[in-house]
Design a protein around this ligand. Structure first.
Ligand SMILES: C[S@@+](CC[C@H](N)C(=O)[O-])C[C@H]1O[C@@H](n2cnc3c(N)ncnc32)[C@H](O)[C@@H]1O
Length: 269
């Protein structure tokens, strides 16, 4: 498994919450499983997608798996009473503690980008989901990111985030690879759709939320790692973050980022 570039701080938990709320219609709007469907959510983190899953698919039989016990505790706390209907398991997806074909479906969000062996993770899920069952995968693609004003300082901070994630063995551009990864892992009926967030001054709430509550905190979350690695010095970092923040200002500020959502099936035997 790769390291987790964003870490487990309270601020990162808050960012994940904002990310899930702001992006819910775009990423979850067309996902729903019938009541009783046995769904596995690996890399559930703080439970933000779990909330959306339960809201969009009431009555599912949901199992959340995360390698980090603290994340599972946060997810449980977030769900409150709804946690009673969810099974929480700690473990690495690659050594997942479930027999083959234990689930009807898997939902994966912002996990593969952090793994050194994403195909192995998907192949594990292909075994854990029954033949004929389905998988939904949502990932980002940092290479798709464009913004204005695109200053050198902002670009340097953004590049530092990408470099930190790559050095931990992850792939920040993994969204564009989803079709190939799912095919290599043995899935069938693969469909991948780009889901773009585009926000300008005509959509001030989206622009403010996406830039200031998702993008800037995400980049700033790797500040220590980037400075320690000597990618930037403290003043270049501050300038870069201020310039990224400024993409949410004035009539000209604009931000554009594409997520990728894939659906696929485990082939019938
Ligand atoms: C970016 S967070 C995403 C959380 C959640 N899916 C969301 O979208 O809000 C990635 C999560 O995957 C977990 N994780 C990383 N590697 C894992 C592995 N090999 N098996 C299970 N969980 C893993 C991390 O602990 C972290 O909670």
């Amino acid at each position: 498994m790769g390291g987790y570039v964003h870490g487990y701080s309270a601020r990162e938990a808050e960012r994940l919450a904002d990310q899930a709320t702001i992006l819910r219609p775009l990423l979850h709007g067309d996902t729903s499983f019938p009541p009783g469907t046995r769904v596995l959510e690996p890399g559930c983190g703080t439970g933000m997608q779990t909330q959306a899953l339960l809201a969009g698919s009431p009555g599912i039989d949901l199992t959340c798996l995360d390698v980090d016990a603290g994340q599972l505790a946060r997810a449980r706390a977030r769900l409150g009473e709804r946690a009673a209907a969810v099974a929480f398991r700690q473990g690495d997806l690659l050594n997942a503690p479930f027999p083959p074909a234990s689930f009807d479906a898997a939902f994966v969000c912002f996990l593969l980008e952090h793994l050194t062996r994403p195909v192995d993770a998907l192949a594990t899920l292909r075994r854990l989901v029954r033949p004929g069952g389905s998988i939904v995968v949502v990932e980002g693609d940092h290479g798709s990111c464009r913004f204005h004003p695109e200053t050198p300082a902002a670009m340097a901070a953004w590049s530092a985030l990408v470099t930190c994630q790559r050095r931990l063995g992850g792939d920040p551009d993994i969204g564009r690879r989803l079709y190939g990864l799912l095919a290599e892992a043995g899935f069938a009926d693969i469909v991948v759709e780009p889901r773009m967030v585009y926000a300008d001054a005509g959509r001030p709430a989206l622009r403010d939320g996406f830039v200031r509550r998702i993008i800037v905190p995400m980049v700033d979350g790797v500040r220590e790692a980037a400075l320690t690695a000597g990618l930037l010095d403290a003043s270049a970092w501050a300038r870069g973050l201020a310039d990224l923040d400024a993409t949410a200002e004035g009539p000209e500020g604009a931000f554009c980022y594409t997520f990728f959502k894939a659906t696929a099936r485990v082939p019938e035997e």
